[in-house]
Design a protein around this ligand. Structure first.
Ligand code: HEM
Length: 457
């Protein structure tokens, strides 16, 4: 795969700059954050070339262009994560599998996120969120919401998804190792002592050892439908599909699930808290909906058992979460490789080039969203339904055969957090202003968002 133009194709190459030898524009990308792609898009158009993480890349924005890339999976394009991500996630991960193997693995995973499975996770997720908010409220100091949300989503993944019973000390150790892994998952693939790539590999090996131990010690519940956690569902689903997962496959799947959930939900949780702080009227409207649906009485959340249907009935809450994910899509895009030369927006995408479809820039530039930079949950209401204009204008969870498998779980988690924030917490900004947003590895404020939480009196 060489990164040259296809001479048999008459179309011009996309415009853009390849930056410095080897590192390309990686440093600009890390330092400029969200502004990197926006500035180049303004200069070169919706399809431009650059050089990131050790390889040439064509970045694609705009619903129609993104539709062509996502619907062209397995024919025009194939998945192609940066080398560091690919090595760290391992050959058995969904992210690295293609064609029939990918389809088979997705089928096995699908059951982990079925309605029935989600219903069984719900009370446990709620419990983890409530415990976390109690800890935040009892802290006399402001909370770094992004960092603590990472801890929260990690706990959700370890306790609820995987059902690991680990001590506080082990949890802390796993969390720090996982942070090291995530921090280096998008690094230059240079395997030298102290390089980010080497740190990532070391963190992955440590995690795999710890996970193998936890899996071996875990009592597995594989009978009947009374799931205790996603790992049980995964093992059962694999059996139903006529296969057994090896320990190596289980370890890689486990790390992939935590990775997929960890930074994304932490980013969205932080953006949710930030938007509720900026828009008290939205918070009040969420409370009103909770009161109207009988979930909030005299300023207190009803402690009865919450079911999926009661959450799905909260239509305004649904709009709020959708709007958070539109304005601050945690994942900026997905990586593919061109399997053949094809045309996009009047330029050639030569065979062998890496292609990154853009989520956030597509949201930001979409004409279907009125006043695109405003936080306006009602744009998703039944009356306005701005997202009905075409599904590739709104894609926080990607699209096509590789769309997010954990979408329902992530949305449920965010809704449960929002319900607890609206019904059971008081919180205020602890800094003078809101800080700048950066987008690597996921979108988050530079100071992490410092907020003081108070328990309800
Ligand atoms: C894939 C976003 C949470 C599991 C994706 C993709 C996006 C995404 C954009 C597609 C990437 C591509 O096209 O290459 C998000 C967001 C989340 C979230 C915004 C939270 C707000 C989760 C959670 C899980 C999960 C909680 C599971 C525990 C996955 C998996 C894939 C994926 C397994 C790979 C699917 C495949 O390759 O077939 N996610 N995700 N995600 N996500 Fe999520």
């Amino acid at each position: 795969w060489t990164a040259t133009r296809d001479r048999n194709c008459k179309l011009p190459m996309p415009k853009g700059s390849m930056g410095f030898p080897i590192i390309g524009e990686t440093c600009h990308w890390v330092m400029q954050g969200a502004g990197f792609h926006a500035s180049r898009r303004q200069k070169y158009g919706n399809v431009f070339k650059t050089h990131l993480l050790g390889r040439p890349l064509i970045r694609v924005t705009g619903a129609e262009n993104v539709r062509k890339v996502l619907m062209g999976e397995h024919t025009l394009v194939s998945v192609d994560w940066p080398q560091s991500t690919s090595t760290l996630l391992g050959p058995n991960s969904l992210a690295n599998s293609i064609g029939d193997i990918h389809r088979k693995r997705r089928k096995i995973f699908a059951k982990v996120f079925s309605h029935e499975a989600l219903e069984s996770y719900l009370p446990k997720i709620q419990q983890v969120i409530q415990e976390t908010l109690r800890v935040w409220s009892s802290n006399p100091e402001p909370i770094n919401v992004y960092r603590e949300s990472q801890r929260l989503s990690f706990q959700m993944a370890i306790r609820v998804l995987l059902g690991f019973r680990v001590s506080e000390e082990e949890m802390r150790f796993l969390f720090h190792t996982f942070q090291e892994f995530v921090d280096n998952v998008f690094s230059l693939p240079i395997d030298l002592p102290f390089s980010g790539y080497r740190k990532g590999i070391r963190a992955r090996d440590t995690l795999q050892k710890a996970i193998e131990k936890a899996i071996r010690e875990k009592p597995l519940c594989t009978q009947g439908k009374d799931y205790s956690d996603a790992l049980d569902v995964l093992l059962e689903s694999a059996k139903e599909n006529g296969t057994e997962l090896s320990m190596q496959e289980l370890k890689e799947s486990t790390i992939e699930l935590i990775f997929a959930a960890f930074a994304t939900t932490a980013s969205a949780s932080t953006s949710l808290v930030m938007q509720l702080l900026k828009h008290p009227a939205v918070l009040e409207k969420m409370r009103e909906e909770l009161r109207n649906c009988g979930l909030l009485h005299d300023g207190c959340l009803c402690q009865g058992e919450l079911r999926l249907d009661s959450i799905y009935n909260l239509k305004y809450l649904d709009c709020v979460i959708k709007e958070v994910l539109r304005l601050y899509a945690p994942v900026s895009g997905g990586y593919r490789i061109a399997m053949q030369t094809f045309e996009l927006d009047g330029v050639q995408i030569p065979k062998g080039w890496s292609v990154m479809y853009s989520i956030r820039d597509t949201h930001d530039t979409s004409a279907v969203f009125k006043d695109v930079q405003a936080f306006d949950p009602d744009r998703f209401s039944a009356e306005r339904g701005e997202d009905r204009e075409g599904r590739f204008h709104y894609l926080p969870f990607g699209g096509g055969v590789r769309s997010c498998l954990g979408k329902q779980l992530a949305t449920l988690f965010l809704k449960l957090l929002a319900v607890e924030l609206a019904g059971g917490s008081r919180f205020e900004l602890a800094s003078r202003t809101f800080s700048r947003m950066v987008s690597v590895p996921v979108v988050h404020p530079t100071d992490g968002l410092r907020v003081k939480f108070f328990g309800l009196d």
